[in-house]
Design a protein around this ligand. Structure first.
Ligand code: TEU
Ligand code: CA
Length: 556
């Protein structure tokens, strides 16, 4: 397996709007991030992924970009951004930027031109179709609700948008568009960035059916829009024209993709991407018919199967990335761990152990390192996310009450991970001196980074230790992953093997004490405990007594 810096790296994701506000306007900004660089360095991560900070009307919090080559004034200036890059690089930390090129904002100058007339030179930058029988070309829906086609009076045609109507999709079949994107990417890379996280990059090539008459088979969900006929062609072209000329980390967000399809994007031999973000594990608790707005059941063997599949399939010449939450997902701890006071710390550490010992590059989402939990907002006024608000409006239109769907909304809303970073127990959790743009979780009184740093047993320090153990043990980076005892409903157990080094990871996913017979593979070995979320591990040659949410890594 080829070694690479980005395979050995640990990435920390910053959602800038909610990280740290430096000027009291209630919105996190780049100078705020600069204030916290020592904190980031202390954690021991190698790379920062910054969510979009470009000029944007903020219909979808920066994922609707109106100028790819300037910084949104709310976040600061280009000079601030350069200070951030220097501050990171001088600490040995790399920076990857968000590349959002499936769509632009409708306020981007390309679209402003495109909508003016049918013969405008920018017309073919986007996807336009005439009405069908005086209506939308077809009734396909956008991911955020409502039609995927929006009427534009100036020319009497409809444009296509997978996300909000303020996010028109770019026409990647037009080579001029591809060249525009490639030269913009070079511009950022030449400023010294270390790679890109690519938003819904496998949606750029459109399936022919999006233009066709309604087909009852197609009630498209996000994943159905994915992996169109030219997705790989366009990524290979991007690699050839841009990426191959730099030593960079690339991670493409790829909904609707299983491991076999995923491998095609990341196989060394294909020269496309370094890694992809997969969705199967974070969709494991969808309801029947892949319904997202509900609190579906999930079982440990299903989660293990998804993770194992990806790690096994991608091991054949590719690379994996492992995240448990991000700015679109509920907090991992509130989902797969246990956010009640008794188990919050120990289950957060258990999940951290899993993330840092699986095969693939681990991503930590801001606040995960201090065990932040879901927001559980109960009123419509508290929500900010367009996706959640559109859903609440749909409920209202169909005469339903939010109260009757509150459990699902509280569980699923993207705002759960977007509440401000909790820095201290004081006013607004130390995030801002002003009025925060979104509510701060009241639990900042006891869940905050100041407390975490002073407590040597905190989740924060546990993460630091895990990160350094990973760095000291190439086996945890490159070692082959093998799952044991797949059907076990309560325990996740696997080995990592590299040359003559074997590591065994045992994770109890329940709040119960479990006596567990150790697998055959350990017989004849002495178990050396590398790390655990408890002071002592009760283990003998034959069995282990796992305490609630106990996690332990042994080297054999
Ligand atoms: O995410 C795409 C995406 O899959 C989610 O928006 C998904 O619809 C959501 O998680 C609900 O399951 C990317 C960005 O990460 C997201 O923030 C943007 O809103 C979206 O693309 C459009 O740019
Ligand atoms: Ca600010």
């Amino acid at each position: 397996m080829n070694r690479a810096w980005w395979k050995e790296a640990v990435v920390y994701q910053i959602y800038p709007r909610s990280f740290k506000d430096s000027n009291g306007d209630g919105i996190g900004d780049i100078p705020g991030i600069i204030e916290k660089l020592d904190y980031i360095q202390e954690l021991g991560v190698d790379v920062i992924w910054l969510n979009p900070v470009y000029k944007s009307p903020n219909d979808d919090n920066g994922y609707d970009i109106s100028d790819y080559q300037s910084i949104h004034p709310e976040y600061g200036t280009m000079d601030d951004w350069k200070r951030l890059l220097d501050g990171l690089h001088s600490r040995g930390i790399k920076l990857i930027m968000d590349l959002v090129v499936n769509h632009t904002s409708d306020e981007h100058s390309w679209f402003v031109e495109s909508r003016k007339s049918k013969d405008n030179p920018f017309r073919e930058y986007y996807i336009w179709r005439p009405p069908a029988n005086g209506k939308e070309p077809n009734s396909y829906q956008s991911v955020f609700g409502g039609p995927a086609w929006e009427y534009d009076a100036a020319t009497g045609e409809y444009y296509f948008h997978i996300f909000s109507k303020k996010q028109p999709d770019l026409n990647w079949d037009n080579p001029v568009v591809r060249n525009e994107v490639f030269s913009m990417m070079k511009w950022w890379l030449d400023l010294g960035i270390d790679g890109f996280r690519m938003d819904v990059i496998n949606l750029i090539s459109k399936h022919p059916w999006i233009y066709e008459q309604d087909n009852p088979k197609h009630k498209p969900q996000l994943g159905d829009y994915a992996n169109g006929p030219h997705a790989h062609d366009y990524l290979r072209e991007m690699n050839k024209e841009v990426l191959s000329k730099y030593d960079v980390l690339t991670v493409g967000e790829c909904p609707g993709t299983d491991a076999v399809k995923g491998l095609e994007y990341v196989k060394d031999a294909n020269n496309e991407l370094g890694m992809v973000f997969t969705f199967e594990h974070v969709d494991v608790d969808f309801g029947p018919d892949r319904q997202r707005w509900c609190k579906g059941e999930w079982k440990l063997p299903e989660l293990k199967k998804i993770l194992s599949d990806w790690q096994t399939v991608l091991y054949n010449g590719g690379w994996y990335s492992i995240y448990l939450t991000n700015h679109d997902q509920p907090r991992a701890l509130s989902r797969w761990g246990n956010d009640s006071p008794a188990y919050r710390e120990v289950s957060a550490k258990m999940l951290a152990t899993m993330k840092l010992t699986l095969w693939g590059t681990p991503y930590i989402y801001m606040g995960e390192e201090i065990g932040m939990t879901n927001a559980y907002f109960s009123k419509k006024e508290e929500y900010r996310d367009i996706d959640t608000l559109n859903y609440i409006e749909e409920l209202e239109i169909s005469g339903e009450k939010l109260e009757d769907h509150l459990e699902a909304v509280q569980y699923r809303s993207r705002d759960n991970s977007r509440t401000p970073m909790q820095w201290d127990s004081g006013k607004n959790g130390g995030f801002t001196n002003g009025e925060p743009w979104i509510g701060i979780n009241p639990n900042h009184k006891y869940i905050n980074s100041e407390t975490a740093i002073t407590d040597p047993n905190s989740i924060f320090h546990y993460y630091r230790k895990l990160i350094s153990i990973r760095k000291e043990n190439p086996c945890l980076v490159y070692g082959k992953y093998t799952e044991l005892d797949h059907t076990n409903q309560e325990i996740f157990i696997y080995t990592r093997i590299l040359d003559n080094v074997t590591m065994l990871v045992v994770l109890n996913f329940t709040p119960h004490t479990i006596t567990y017979a150790l697998p055959e593979i350990v017989s004849g070995y002495t178990l050396k405990r590398l790390i655990s979320n408890y002071d002592k591990t009760d283990v003998n040659v034959r069995e282990i007594n796992l305490k609630p949410y106990e996690a332990v890594v042994f080297s054999l």
